[in-house]
Design a protein around this ligand. Structure first.
Ligand code: CUA
Length: 176
């Protein structure tokens, strides 16, 4: 079972539990009961829920931020300057070495384009936006040598589908 399936099932369970709470509240809402006897319990549950969110949620949030590709800066990356045009890509370099960081500096000469890198099996490995008047930096390490395809991910006009070029990733020198 993939992590996406687990998360989807977990979300569904929580949604059903929440719906159950709402339905129960709706069912008993018309009974004019005195709330003082249950007030203490409710406040206790609220305090427990708050501290559980703080104690569990905070570490998870920090942990999730440990790998942020947009803040990763390699000391001396292989730089590729990429510019999107209607309808082609212009790269100042088309070959890089596997296992070493590549920094893409991506911009556009006209409209917004989507900069998407696909491996040989057609799986998207990294992407960012190509925007006029702005340079987006995307750092990626190609672990597997081969030919990667660069496709436009945002509809940009008539020949959008043909904004394709290639990047060759060659084997690194030292480790085979
Ligand atoms: Cu460029 Cu779609």
């Amino acid at each position: 079972m993939s992590i996406q399936t687990v998360v989807a099932l977990l979300s569904l369970l929580l949604i059903l539990a929440l719906a159950g709470v709402f339905l129960r509240v709706r069912r008993f809402a018309h009974e004019g009961r005195d709330y003082v006897p249950v007030q203490g319990n409710a406040y206790r549950i609220r305090a427990i829920a708050f501290w559980m969110l703080v104690l569990i949620g905070l570490p998870i949030s920090v942990w999730l931020f440990r790998e942020n590709p947009y803040t990763t800066r390699a000391a001396s990356p292989q730089v590729i300057n990429a510019t999107g045009y209607q309808w082609r890509w212009e790269l100042d370099r088309e070959e890089v070495t596997a296992g070493e960081p590549v920094e893409f500096r991506v911009t556009s000469a006209d409209v917004n384009h989507g900069f998407g890198i696909y491996d040989g099996a057609g799986v998207l490995v990294a992407q960012t936006q190509a925007m006029p008047g702005y340079v987006n930096r995307l750092t990626h390490v190609f672990d597997v040598p081969g030919t990667y395809r660069l496709l436009c991910l945002e509809y940009c006009g008539l020949v959008h589908h043909d904004m394709i070029t290639e990047i060759r990733v060659k084997q690194g020198g030292t480790d085979g």
